[in-house]
Design a protein around this ligand. Structure first.
Ligand code: GLU
Length: 505
């Protein structure tokens, strides 16, 4: 195979949609698999200035995903610039060549005239096709139009008969009748190119070997093939990816919830999990696991395994995938990822000491298994930090309401204060001895101690938790809870009454 050069060519109209991220990913993987180059190019001919911010957001999202490009914005490359709005001269030169070769012609029809004709066609229930009105204007007629102040658009001469065939790597061969196409505009009267023209000029100039893009562009491909033909240029191979649909099988859009990569970042999804999920969205893998690293995927990815049917975006599956990545993440990395979220929630300061960072790693080792998104970190581990605990009213009602509880908590606090080394097994022994000396079951100490210290009913093993909460903080919280219970404070705030929830020692 000749050198593989693929591109991701977003129109900067908004943030990076997950469907588009999948297109970028498949291009990236294809380039990696074949030792090729991955190019990013912004198609900003419609969006102009408004597109700058969107382009920035797309760049940030691609970088966050780790889909780095070999040529494109910020990295440069031999075929730049990589914003179409900065390549207008190039399109003009190509268009002039087609004009000279009489493969394109000037069209002086005004938007109003075209609109009137379109409406007439609609009224007669005919599809509107440009009728070739200006195809055969004489020089004198053109000059007359210009004198009237009309500025021409350029249209490509498209044959009225015959067919054009798209040989698609995923869809197979799709044939289009030229009769349904018309002489479409390649340059607008304001001097800007249309998508179908600029895209071909760029793919040709940038030596793109494979165009891998969303299925919605399949219908543009016959037009683009006519441009290649007119330019006497070799078209690339095409591969149109099936759509990414919402669970109700409509187009995935904002009304279905999060659709942008940035929104998933904010929800605490890891980029690797999102990429792994997107990989399986439309690509079938017959391995034994669904967890595939980018490295592995770039060794095995191929277009032949892209499904022909549309994919359905399933957020629950993505969350499941995220959980798989979080529970196996290296603690050091996980700690770095959650620090900003803990800081935002006020659990930790922005800057923490190395000692605190190491403690955070040990805490994460305890709860890693339970965390589905990074955003759950403050709720899951907040009680390891600070003085105050936030009490879950249901937990208080269920575990702290009994009249014997203040005594139990105080006795546990006394015994823990007198314990030898602050280690999980020592803590366990003290708690069990406390129960024995009070003549109650261990669970009758374990459950209230957990709620008094952590505020919640469930969590990792209590002795590990107390060990990492720390001796002083544990004792302080036990005593404080006992005092508040005696003062009728904690339970009085409970409106919900006892509930049956799970508890674990
Ligand atoms: N700019 C187009 C889009 O964002 C992509 C066109 C293409 O890949 O050819 O949908």
């Amino acid at each position: 195979m000749a050198l593989v050069r693929v591109r991701y060519a977003p129109s900067p109209t908004g943030s990076l949609h997950v469907g588009n991220a999948r297109t970028a990913l498949f291009n990236w993987l294809f380039a990696r698999r074949h030792g090729g180059r991955f190019v990013v190019r912004f198609e900003d001919t419609d969006t102009e200035r408004a597109g700058e911010e969107a382009a920035r957001a797309i760049i940030v999202a691609l970088r966050w995903l780790g889909l780095t490009w070999d040529e494109g914005p910020e990295v440069g490359g031999p075929y730049g610039p990589y914003f179409q709005s900065m390549r207008l001269d190039l399109y003009r030169r190509y268009a002039e060549r087609l004009l000279l070769q009489e493969r394109a012609y000037e069209c002086y029809c005004t938007p109003e005239e075209l609109e009137a004709r379109r409406r007439r066609a609609q009224a007669g229930r005919r599809p509107f096709r440009y009728e070739g009105t200006c195809r055969h204007l004489t020089d004198a007629e053109r000059a007359a139009c210009r004198r009237q102040g009309r500025r021409p658009a350029l249209r490509l001469m498209v044959p009225d008969t015959g067919t054009v065939e798209v040989h698609d790597r995923i869809k197979g061969t799709v044939s289009f009748d030229n009769a349904v196409l018309d002489d479409f505009v390649i340059m607008k009267s304001d001097g800007w190119p249309t998508y179908n023209f600029a895209c071909v000029v760029d793919d040709h100039e940038m030596r793109i070997s494979h165009v891998i893009r969303a299925e919605e562009h399949l219908s543009n491909t016959p037009k683009q093939l006519h441009v290649y033909r007119a330019l006497e240029a070799e078209p690339p191979e095409f591969a149109h990816l099936p759509m990414v649909l919402a669970p109700d099988r409509s187009k995935l859009s904002k009304r279905h919830g999060a659709t942008a990569v940035e929104e998933y970042r904010q929800m605490g999804i890891l980029p690797q999990a999102l990429l792994n999920y997107l990989l399986l969205l439309g690509w079938s893998y017959d391995g034994t696991t669904e967890i595939i690293s980018l490295e592995e995927a770039s060794r095995i990815f191929d277009l032949d395994r892209v499904n022909r049917t549309n994919a359905v975006f399933d957020e629950d599956k993505l969350l499941w995938m995220n959980h798989q990545y979080i529970k196996t993440a290296r603690l050091h990395r996980l700690a770095r990822l959650v620090v900003p979220r803990l800081a935002e929630a006020g659990v930790l300061p922005d800057m923490i000491t190395l000692g605190e960072f190491r403690r955070l790693r040990r805490i994460l080792a305890l709860i890693q298994e339970r965390m589905h998104t990074l955003n759950e970190a403050p709720a899951l581990i907040g009680y390891f930090f600070g003085d105050d605990v936030e009490y879950d009213p249901a937990a208080v009602a269920r575990r702290l309401a009994g009249p014997e509880v203040p005594d139990i908590l105080e006795r546990a606090a006394d015994n823990l204060a007198a314990a030898g080394d602050w280690k999980p097994d020592v803590v366990e022994q003290v708690i069990r001895d406390t129960a024995a000396s009070l003549g109650v079951k261990a669970a009758q100490v374990i459950h209230p101690v957990r709620v008094a210290v952590t505020g919640v009913m469930v969590g990792p093993g209590l002795f590990d938790v107390l060990h990492l909460v720390g001796r002083e903080r544990t004792i302080r919280r036990l005593r404080r809870a006992a005092a508040r219970l005696r003062a009728g404070e904690l339970v009085a705030t409970v409106a919900a009454g006892p509930t049956d929830g799970p508890g674990s020692p």
